[in-house]
Design a protein around this ligand. Structure first.
Ligand SMILES: Nc1nc2c(ncn2[C@@H]2O[C@H](COP(=O)(O)OP(=O)(O)O)[C@@H](O)[C@H]2O)c(=O)[nH]1
Ligand SMILES: [Mg+2]
Length: 245
């Protein structure tokens, strides 16, 4: 198992500048993928990467394509460099590096599985996001026929690189904020194991989210309509795979 980190970044320059020294200090290769941020943010991001060490690589989309597209750009670079696994982690420092080793350890015991963070929210988390998650979790349970996905929104995960490639070969994967959910539901459709490690999510007071309540929720509703339709035609296969277990 060879593991690297992939960090999708979009216009969170102050946060990623604060976060990069800690990321670089882990010693694993890091691929930061800037996704069409403004010229100033992009230049600052590139120089923060080079200051964090030679193993911190800066990749760039000239225009904004979405978080999922950025993860795939990182995954392609990781595959070319011979990595078998990648840890997807947000650029804004909301994910706790203290849990990284536990996630990688679980992935090393289950190298074909996707290992996802299971968010533990504090009082700083916006209630709308915490409650909204419950609706998503219910939708995912329906779409996977109770496939055991405890959380489908956390962007802190270990992926086998080959799993991401297989998913991209077999399906259209949502390129924007729907990516985290889409990828897990479709992974369960292919009977990939999805495992969870509890991890605290922090919401800094000066934190900035690119989740747009209207556009992204409309996108998520469309995503779930598509997943429900996909689930319907897979009901017999899903039942068969459960019975066969
Ligand atoms: N590459 C890319 N990353 C994005 C985009 N939007 C958000 N991100 C990144 O995805 C992660 C989560 O986004 P964020 O806005 O913090 O959403 P939240 O934490 O769910 O509120 C962060 O690392 C962002 O920099 C995008 O359009 N493209
Ligand atoms: Mg965030």
């Amino acid at each position: 198992m060879r593991t690297c980190l992939v960090v999708p970044h979009y216009e969170q320059i102050d946060a990623i500048e604060r976060f990069l020294p800690a990321l670089g200090a882990i010693g694993l290769a890091v691929y930061v993928v800037d996704d069409g941020s403004s010229r100033d943010s992009c230049e600052r991001c590139a120089s923060a990467c080079s200051m964090a060490g030679e193993h911190v690589h800066f990749l760039q989309h000239p225009v904004n394509r979405g978080k999922g597209a950025a993860v795939y750009t990182g995954a392609t670079a990781a595959a070319l460099d011979g990595f078998t696994h990648l840890v997807q982690i947000d650029a804004d420092g909301q994910h706790d590096l203290a849990d990284l080793q536990a996630m990688i350890r679980l992935a090393s015991k289950h190298p074909a599985a996707i290992v996802s963070g299971l968010p533990v929210f504090g009082d700083d988390a916006p209630r709308s996001r915490v409650h909204g998650r419950k609706v998503t979790t219910l939708m995912i349970a329906i779409e996977t026929l109770g496939g055991g996905i405890k959380d489908g929104l956390c962007g802190y995960r270990v992926y086998p690189v080959v799993a991401l490639q297989t998913l991209q070969d077999r399906f259209h994967i949502a390129p924007r904020m729907g990516f985290d959910t889409d990828v897990l539901v479709k992974a369960r459709w292919l009977n990939m194991d999805v495992l969870f490690v509890p991890t605290a999510i922090v919401y800094p007071a000066d934190g900035r989210s690119h989740f747009h309540y209207v556009t992204d929720n409309v996108r998520l509703i469309r995503l779930h309509l598509g997943l429900l339709a996909g689930a319907l035609i897979r009901v017999p296969a899903m039942i068969w795979s459960r019975v066969g277990l």
